[in-house]
Design a protein around this ligand. Structure first.
Ligand code: SAM
Ligand code: SF4
Length: 342
């Protein structure tokens, strides 16, 4: 099946919050587990959810159907590392069927470790775009940041994804002062040379990580832009890809350079998304705890799609105005990014 063009008529979203924001994008974290232990995402010793508390893939597929019937156009699969979830390709194929019912884009965020073997199947399952996390091009640094990852494996994964023919591939780089901030120019060069987009992300204070002081490691999007401007001519654009990135173009290249700046440029006013955690909590905001237990509805009322949809509609009333990230002191949000689904 091919992905329909943007002209496909689709019903308007029923999901509108009390600030008038239209929710048309959902991210599902399909596992809290991961084969990496990135220093900004997890602590070294993590306790993962027992299997019974994690949504089954069938439950995630049911949620996908409910959200699309409510007018959601974009679904992103994330985690944890989504590609380490057993049989996850089945889920992509199931969600791919929703293109017939209004879904416009099925996307994936991955650390790239499994792409070498899975990229072709993911493309065949109609995944349109992929975001691949890449914070360093130096193997030792890459290992230090991910604690256990191999750069060469991820680079092979990136090449496999390019060969598989996704509409677009974007790199995501979390930039930390004194750890990888001096690599932003090489990362952009890598993106340009391989025809990729790249987004630089400011670290968010989610969960206790124990590795570094987040305030000390903060490196703002503005600092990155200033570094890049020494070498590249950055032209601002109004292009969007559904998420919070603000994009720039570099003349005579295909690459877009994005900035996700929760600290220096709050993006909450135009928030169009919600998340579902691996255990089925509908999270109304990345940086707040407002949530609704969808797993309970799925398990207490199996097959009752209308009740599930009504629960999601009702949840819009508690979507908060925005996050409240503070860099100093203990994090207010104790859940780690691998639970939340970045
Ligand atoms: N494992 C996959 C990956 O790394 O791409 C998907 C899940 S990961 C949680 C999604 C994205 O969140 C990644 O790009 C990662 O770099 C980013 N991330 C994780 N923890 C973060 C944090 N504390 N602040 C900002 N971004 C974070
Ligand atoms: Fe795993 Fe992604 Fe978190 Fe890194 S950022 S530990 S790859 S979930």
């Amino acid at each position: 099946m091919s992905v329909p063009s943007g002209e496909t008529p689709s019903p308007p979203t029923s999901l509108i919050d009390r600030f008038g924001r239209r929710v048309n994008y959902v991210r599902f974290s399909v596992t809290d587990r991961c084969d990496f232990r990135c220093v900004y995402c997890m602590s070294e010793r993590m306790t993962f959810l027992p299997r019974a508390r994690v949504l089954t893939l069938e439950e995630v597929a049911t949620l996908g159907q409910a959200f699309v019937e409510l007018g959601v156009r974009r679904i992103r699969i994330t985690g944890g590392e989504p590609l380490v979830r057993c049989n996850v390709l089945w889920l992509f194929r199931e969600l791919g069927r929703l293109y017939e019912h209004g879904l416009m884009e099925l996307t994936l965020t991955t650390n790239g470790s499994q792409l070498e073997t899975m990229a072709t199947d993911l493309r065949a399952a109609d995944v349109a775009r992929i975001n691949i996390s890449l914070d360093s091009l130096d193997p030792e640094r890459f290992r230090r940041i991910t604690r256990v990852g191999h750069l060469a494996t991820v680079l092979r994964g990136i090449h496999a994804a390019r060969a598989a023919g996704f509409q677009r591939i974007k790199l995501n780089s979390v930039i930390l002062k004194h750890r990888n901030h001096d690599e932003v120019i090489s990362l952009v060069r890598f993106a340009i040379n391989h025809g990729l987009d790249i987004s630089f992300i400011e670290e968010m204070p989610l969960g206790v990580i124990g590795d570094h002081d987040r305030a000390e490691a903060h490196y703002s999007s503005e600092a990155i832009r200033n570094d890049l401007k020494q070498v590249f001519a950055l032209t601002p654009t109004t292009e969007k890809t559904g998420g919070p990135s603000r994009y720039y173009r570099i003349p005579e290249t295909d690459s877009r350079i994005g900035f996700i700046s929760p600290h220096s440029h709050n993006f909450c006013g135009t928030c169009n998304r919600v998340r579902v955690s691996a255990e089925g909590r509908l999270l109304l905001c990345l940086g707040q705890e407002h949530s609704v237990d969808l797993r309970h509805v799925l398990r207490a009322h199996p097959g009752d799609l209308e009740r599930l949809k009504q629960t999601i509609i009702n949840a819009m009333a508690i979507k908060p105005r925005g996050h409240d990230f503070q860099l100093n002191g203990q994090p207010v949000i104790l859940r780690h990014m691998n639970h939340t689904g970045g």
